[in-house]
Design a protein around this ligand. Structure first.
Ligand code: NAD
Length: 362
């Protein structure tokens, strides 16, 4: 039976990256019935000015799985990020970003194999903000002071940091489940509970409760600043890290940097019963249509999708083929060569060809 999967090519370099990934996934022998859908600036005029058309959302809701290319957010207005809107519409509360080093990738670090799970709906990114000098901000400051709170200066803007029991419980339940399904051994809760007792403190308390219900997986916790130091000193001691929104945003870039940068960082967004797989990087518009961009992050997102579909053998084969092509270092894009103007660099589609050739290797 073929898997029906929503396929969103995106824009910029997205269509080339998604096409390369689609070809590799099909070459595994796993059958896909792609449901082609669109989103972004280029298609909004066909959908009454909506960059995230209803049929696209509906398709993901029905198929429950999507493979997506990056989508450009126009600078200076137009519309808000389609990527953020998609996560909101589908309540995709968990962002998964594996960061794994492959020999042959230029990086200061070797043997990194971490997974960042970021809560994606709460925390300082919840969008509850009050502009300095506004009536609302002044009212809120007056209310805080009436409760005995003290602001250093009252000409402050305010961003509220909500962290709920419900949101924390569901991200940790997701994280333990993900860890178990993917053969991981340890979950680390990252926080600043020593300072923010009622938000991060709650996060840590609920994390411990969920950990006690999942005692087949090791659990520990780290304060976020100490976590950063430990990650660069001994990343091998860590496995799955679970973070609130803001720390998750920062540490996922830190870890992407440790494994060779954005070109190597895949991602997935999970909701209650939907999952959208996409690379961490953006649409790299300056390379659009040039068969130049590195497809590795989109391909590795495809590997995550195979695992999500329980196609573990195909996932292993694609990952091994990717690792072999990287190790050889010949048929890779310009950004994986020792210098960026290396004339031996190949294009996006040739990388896919090289990986397809290696799929059959034992
Ligand atoms: P970007 O990730 O597109 O590019 C950052 C740098 O990395 C650029 O130099 C780019 O050329 C390079 N790069 C990125 N991906 C590459 C690849 N696969 N191969 C080789 N080089 C690559 O980030 P940006 O320039 O800040 O964003 C461009 C657009 O993408 C923006 O409109 C942004 O909003 C959007 N964006 C979309 C998503 C998404 O769809 N999920 C995520 C991030 C950014």
């Amino acid at each position: 039976m073929a898997y029906r999967v929503t396929l969103i090519p995106g824009d910029g370099t997205g269509p080339e990256l998604v096409d390369a990934t689609r070809r590799v996934l099909e070459a595994t022998g796993v059958a896909f019935d792609w449901d082609h859908q669109v989103a972004g600036e280029e298609v909004m005029h066909e959908h009454g000015g909506n960059p995230l058309p209803d049929p696209t959302l509906e398709s993901i809701r029905i198929n429950k799985v999507a493979l997506k290319g990056p989508i450009t957010t126009p600078v200076g207005g137009g519309f808000r990020s389609v990527n953020v809107a998609l996560r909101k519409e589908l309540d995709m509360y968990a962002q998964v970003r594996p960061c794994k080093s492959y020999p042959g990738v230029r990086s200061r670090f070797q043997d990194v194999d971490l997974v960042i799970i970021r809560e994606n709906t709460e925390d300082l990114y919840a969008g509850i903000e009050y502009e300095q000098g506004s009536e609302d901000a002044e009212e809120l400051i007056a209310w805080i002071e009436s409760k005995g709170g003290r602001l250093r200066w009252d000409d402050a803007g305010l961003s509220i940091k909500p962290i709920s029991v419900t949101g924390t419980r569901r991200i940790f339940e997701f994280a333990f489940d993900w860890a178990r399904r993917n053969g991981r051994r340890q979950v680390t809760a990252v926080h600043k509970a020593n300072i923010m007792k009622f938000s991060d403190g709650l996060w840590l308390r609920v994390a411990r409760e969920v950990a006690a219900e999942n005692d087949d997986i090791l659990f520990n916790d780290r304060i976020v600043d100490n976590m950063c130091m430990q990650l660069v000193q001994r990343p091998e001691e860590y496995d799955v890290l679970v973070l609130p929104n803001l720390y998750g945003d920062v540490l996922s870039d830190l870890c992407a940097g440790m494994i060779g940068g954005l070109g190597m960082a895949p991602g997935a967004n999970h909701g209650e019963d939907v999952a959208v797989f996409e690379p961490t990087h953006g649409s790299a518009p300056k390379y659009a249509g040039q068969n130049k961009a590195n497809p590795m992050a989109e391909l590795l997102s495809g590997v995550l999708m195979l695992r999500h579909l329980d196609e573990h053998d195909a996932a292993r084969r694609v990952e091994r083929a990717i690792a072999a092509v990287i190790r050889e270092g010949t048929r890779v894009t310009y950004d994986m060569k020792p210098t960026r103007d290396d004339p031996t660099a190949v294009g996006t589609s040739e990388v896919a060809d090289a990986i397809i050739e290696r799929l059959g290797d034992a």
